[in-house]
Design a protein around this ligand. Structure first.
Ligand code: GCB
Length: 608
């Protein structure tokens, strides 16, 4: 079997050595990575019903399920039949489609037949938006590729394995948790398994536009810089880039690696911002391929403790979110879910969302682009990581590469986060340092962050944010739960926050749990009033922190977590949501909304 994992990684790491020499150039470079912008390419959906067989004893490989029922070996019969087996909807986790799979963690084999006639001179890929966690893919009994990591896309080269007419694709997906994986053993979220995002056939010409980066120059807002890389091209190719609304166009020629760089004089363009999320139609064409995208142009940088969007200091009015569906169990997916979840963030008065704790579906980022919400996007380097293990680092690097490759042209993304709540140690610092350097090299146009909960609390009611990893970051996130996991809400009134670093801070988590509809005194845990009280004290405390440049409380909506088992209250849900899982707003929702409306009014008064 051709394995995407090691092949890609080797390519990626050798490319990385090469590109680190160019780290200071204003052009971002791309290592080997998934095809970008599949939504605007010629694709055929393989979504829908797939037959499946659960494989709790890990027998499927030995029994050659990938042969789709063909005899092999000496036995005169087989003991499985995909075509007579039940089905699961793709995209979708398996847990909430079949009651017997709700708590299942292990391997499920998926099978789908499709009719297909590949056009001449076409390169065909099977593209998976995400498969949680480890996937192996066969097409017409031939092994195609393997991929690890549950939240980023991958594509398998399928051209040679396709048949004219009937084809059968078989995918084994395993979501068992391991100590050396990313994430590790015990994340505080539900481990939804399966083919959780779109599956598509992607058709491209032999030489095709694989990756591109088109960004406003931080130092000169009248200039757009970028690069375009062709796949399958080994001789120089001409290409052109057009932004028709601005009457801009340029031409470039690729080098022998298929890479071309360009600069465009773009004075007069309307910048992307939360208030005016302007997107421009961008067209790229080569002699054999064309692609269009919708791209917003803005700059994001820091100065001292300020975060500057388009050169002006901003405050990020945010909320944290998991990727969970509304009014149904399972992972969120597609435009409708994105519109609902991000619509709630807008209703709260947000201009920012922290998409925790892993890269969300591409439709979420594209919706944020359109709605004008700045985004913090994160890889699942989350508590309990095996920092000493070089293979674990390689897994994190791969996920970081894939996240950036997919979303590098989305104006909404202002922050790449490399981790959440990792205990400081020399190994952890070195591990995160490598991720930070890599993120910056792959994308020098955005800010790098991480959420830390490591504080120095040597004196009561004093918090010093001196985690050494902050030295490496542009912006640091701080998660803290005074009033919930420690002390009482009134402690927030007397806590003094400081940091030795001259950098912007975002309070990237705070909050507490409440069950919607449970009322009582403000001192009574689990009531809406208790949660509301935390928000009141927290907001008063936030107002006093001079280096605070954003907040994103934990969390928009109650979400499933196996850690939360209090009957009648939690029932398997982490209840720190401002909204219940069925959409009811809790009292704290309105406290945050008032704060954000006040901040928004100040911002627009300043702008006038
Ligand atoms: C945290 C984690 C988040 C948890 C949250 C909680 O610090 O970052 O993933 O869900 O606390 O509710 O305890």
């Amino acid at each position: 079997m051709q394995s995407v994992k090691p092949v890609r990684l080797a390519k990626m790491l050798s490319c990385f050595a090469w590109i680190s020499m160019l780290a200071l150039s204003s052009f971002a470079q791309s290592p080997s990575s998934p095809i970008q912008n599949v939504v605007n390419r010629k694709t055929i959906s393989l979504n829908g019903d797939w037959h499946y067989i659960a494989d709790p004893h890990e027998e499927g490989t030995a029994r050659r399920y990938y042969l789709n029922g063909k005899l092999s070996g000496t036995r005169p019969f087989v003991e499985y039949d995909f075509n007579a087996s039940p089905t699961l909807r793709v995209p979708g986790d398996w847990n909430f489609q079949r009651p017997e799979l709700q708590l299942y963690e292990g391997t499920v084999w998926y099978q789908k037949s499709f009719d297909y006639h590949a056009p001449a001179n076409t390169h065909v890929f099977l593209y998976f938006g995400a498969a949680n966690y480890h996937a192996r893919v066969w097409l017409n009994e031939k092994p195609l590729c393997e991929h690890e990591g549950g939240f980023t896309p991958f594509n398998c080269e399928a051209t040679a394995a396709l048949q004219d007419g009937q084809n059968v694709v078989i995918v084994s997906v395993n979501d068992a948790r391991h100590a050396d994986d990313i994430p590790s053993l015990r994340p505080d979220w539900f481990n939804y398994g399966g083919l959780t995002r779109d599956v598509r056939i992607v058709e491209v010409p032999r030489q095709f536009i694989e990756q591109y980066s088109i960004q406003l120059d931080r130092k000169n807002m009248g200039r757009i810089n970028g690069w375009i890389r062709l796949g399958g091209a080994s001789t120089p190719q001409k290409l052109s880039l057009r932004i028709p609304e601005l009457k801009l166009s340029t031409e470039a020629t690729t080098d022998n690696q298929g890479l071309a760089r360009f600069t465009l004089n773009a004075s007069g363009l309307q910048l992307w911002s939360p208030e005016k999320p302007k997107l421009y139609r961008v067209e790229i064409s080569t002699e054999s391929d064309q692609i269009v995208d919708e791209i917003g142009f803005r700059t994001i940088e820091t100065r001292g403790t300020d975060i500057l969007l388009n050169g002006r200091s901003i405050f990020l009015r945010g909320i944290d979110m998991h990727e969970e569906a509304v009014n149904r169990a399972g992972r969120a997916h597609g435009e409708d879910d994105a519109r609902t979840l991000l619509g709630w963030a807008k209703e709260l008065g947000c201009n920012f969302v922290r998409l925790a704790h892993y890269p969300h579906d591409e439709s979420m980022i594209r919706m944020a682009d359109r709605l004008g919400l700045m985004v913090w996007s994160e890889i699942p380097v989350y508590q309990g990581i095996d920092f000493k293990n070089p293979q674990t680092l390689a897994k994190a690097q791969q996920q970081l590469t894939e996240m950036i490759a997919r979303d590098r042209n989305r104006a909404a993304i202002v922050l790449w986060s490399v981790s959440n709540e990792t205990p400081k140690s020399a190994e952890r610092n070195a591990f995160l340092h490598q991720l930070i350097v890599m993120a910056r090299t792959l994308d020098p146009t955005r800010l790098i962050t991480t959420a830390t909960n490591q504080t120095n609390a040597t004196e009561p009611h004093k918090r010093v944010f001196d985690d050494p990893i902050i030295a490496d970051l542009d912006v640091f996130g701080v998660n803290q739960y005074i009033g919930w996991y420690e002390g009482v809400p009134a402690d927030l009134d007397i806590t003094i926050w400081s940091t030795p670093y001259n950098k912007p801070m975002i309070v990237s988590e705070f909050g507490g749990e409440s069950k919607y509809g449970l009322h009582g005194a403000a001192s009574q845990r689990w009531t809406e009033e208790y949660q509301e009280d935390i928000y009141k004290h927290q907001i008063a405390a936030l107002r006093k922190i001079p280096f605070l440049r954003g907040t994103s409380p934990w969390i928009l909506k109650d979400f499933r977590s196996p850690h939360r088992q209090l009957p009648g209250i939690q029932d398997g849900f982490n209840r720190k949501g401002l909204i219940s899982e069925s959409g009811e707003r809790k009292k704290a929702f309105y406290v945050l909304q008032r704060f954000y409306r006040e901040l928004a009014a100040q911002t627009s008064a300043r702008a006038q």
